[in-house]
Design a protein around this ligand. Structure first.
Ligand code: HEM
Length: 410
């Protein structure tokens, strides 16, 4: 037993991977925080649940004590060939080697590199909208928010457009699997696809992101095939599920409030404020983890090496110490100092945030330009998800097809 797991430990019966927590997650986290910002959960073999802004930020920034590799607290990966024990370059590496990986990857993630992708993303959005605009109604998650991000991250990794389409199909099959058997089949198919892409780059430098990982020398050695595979899988998750869910979270606000919708359609600067506030209010990267590497204390609680920690970034963003009205969605709020943690904190802060902001802005702009009177279908229900990622299961919307001249016209 961890010495901290005594009768006097602050305890929280909390499982971030149990779908039941999704509906009232922030009320639950508020209650836990008001007891103690570092509480012990016995689920998944035991972990510390950290809910205070200061403590979460401290964990993000102290990579010497809080290592980024953690076992058993994420959603189980069912993708064939991706070894849980392997550490994904960049994502699960700390210290000097992390900085080396960051330097290898940074050229694909600058604001200028994001800007260069904008026209490609715009074209993808228009093509996708043209496929469903005439129907007058759709679940915008399956018809739209799930469709663009895999194509964008595939292109960033270096896949050609046919392979991007194949990747997108396989990723959606996995996301939409309804039972363990179909998830396993989809995972096997995705695993085989990823392995082919990786193997090609192990022998040939194609000048793309995947080749850069495969041919880098970090920590004085070449990358193993299994590491490149884990990197590819993790980068697809980082670039795809996040943006899919962020876009769906934003659409919920847009459909709830037609004045907000119309202002977004007219004012690109406001769209950026809406994106930033949504990432604060409903961060799609909901709860990631760390492993304690050295004895330390957090909010008076003793942590020992090997302890695992769950950091629900959204709990920091609603901590009343910094956000007295944190439960309100209020675009354009004064920029708080220190900033919200929806993009993370410290060395592992989101490298893809410039790409994500551009992608989300273009997705929203194109959708509202094509379907200006977008609204909820009567009786539509918002069912939120929670886990490593937070989004909504469906966005059942309708619109007047005849207004969709932008995509349906000659
Ligand atoms: C709204 C969309 C997104 C949000 C809210 C988001 C949020 C985050 C967060 C919170 C982390 C840190 C996780 C941790 O420290 O445990 C992170 C890391 C990362 N994200 Fe994002 N992300 C988004 C989209 C993207 C996209 C589109 C890409 C790629 C194109 C991307 C690439 C990355 C990478 C590479 C890291 C790891 C950085 C490192 O370990 O040094 N993200 N993201």
């Amino acid at each position: 037993m961890n010495p901290a797991e005594t009768a006097s430990s602050p305890a929280a019966d909390f499982d971030h991977l149990d779908p039941v927590v999704a509906s009232d997650i922030y009320a639950r986290l508020d209650t836990i925080r008001s007891g103690c910002p570092v509480a012990r959960s016995g689920r998944h073999g035991g972990f510390w649940l950290v809910t205070g802004y200061d403590e979460i930020r401290h964990i993000g920034k102290d990579g010497d004590v809080f290592g980024s590799y953690v076992e058993g607290l994420g959603a189980a990966a069912v993708v064939a060939g991706v070894e849980k024990q392997e550490r994904a370059p960049l994502f699960e590496i700390d210290g000097k080697a992390h900085l080396e990986w960051w330097r290898v990857l940074q050229p694909w993630f600058t604001p200028a590199a994001a800007k260069e992708r904008e026209e490609h993303v715009r074209a993808l959005c228009r093509e996708t909208i043209a496929d469903f605009a005439a129907r007058g109604r759709a679940d915008l998650v399956t018809a739209y928010t799930q469709r663009i991000p895999p194509l964008v991250i595939g292109a960033m990794l270096g896949l050609n457009s046919r392979d991007c389409t194949a990747l997108s199909r396989r990723v959606r099959a996995l996301s939409n699997a309804r039972d363990a058997e179909s998830a396993q089949d989809a995972g096997d198919a995705l695993g085989a696809f990823l392995r082919d892409q990786v193997r090609r780059r192990m022998t040939e430098d194609l000048g793309d992101m995947l080749s850069a990982i495969a041919h880098a020398r970090v920590d004085g050695r070449r990358t193993r095939e299994s590491e490149v595979l884990k990197f590819m899988f993790t980068m697809i998750a980082a670039g795809n599920l996040t943006t899919t869910d962020a876009c769906a979270n934003i659409l919920v606000e847009v459909l709830d409030d037609h004045a907000l919708r119309d202002r977004c359609a007219a004012d690109p600067a406001y769209v950026q404020q809406v994106i930033e506030e949504s990432v604060r209010h409903e961060p799609p990267v909901a709860a990631t983890g760390r492993t304690v590497r050295a004895e330390t204390e957090l909010a008076g609680v003793a942590l020992v090496p090997g302890d695992r920690v769950v950091i629900p970034w959204g709990a920091a963003n609603r901590d009343p110490a910094y956000y007295p009205d944190g439960h309100q969605f209020r675009p354009g709020r004064d920029r708080p100092v220190p900033p919200h943690l929806g993009w993370g904190a410290g060395a592992h802060r989101c490298l893809g945030r410039h790409v994500a902001r551009m992608e989300l802005a273009v997705m929203l702009e194109e959708l509202l330009a094509a379907l200006p009177d977008l609204r909820w279908q009567p009786g539509a229900v918002v069912r939120r998800t929670y886990g490593v990622i937070r989004g909504v299961r469906a966005v059942d919307a309708e619109w007047t097809p005849r207004l969709s001249t932008r995509v349906l016209g000659p």
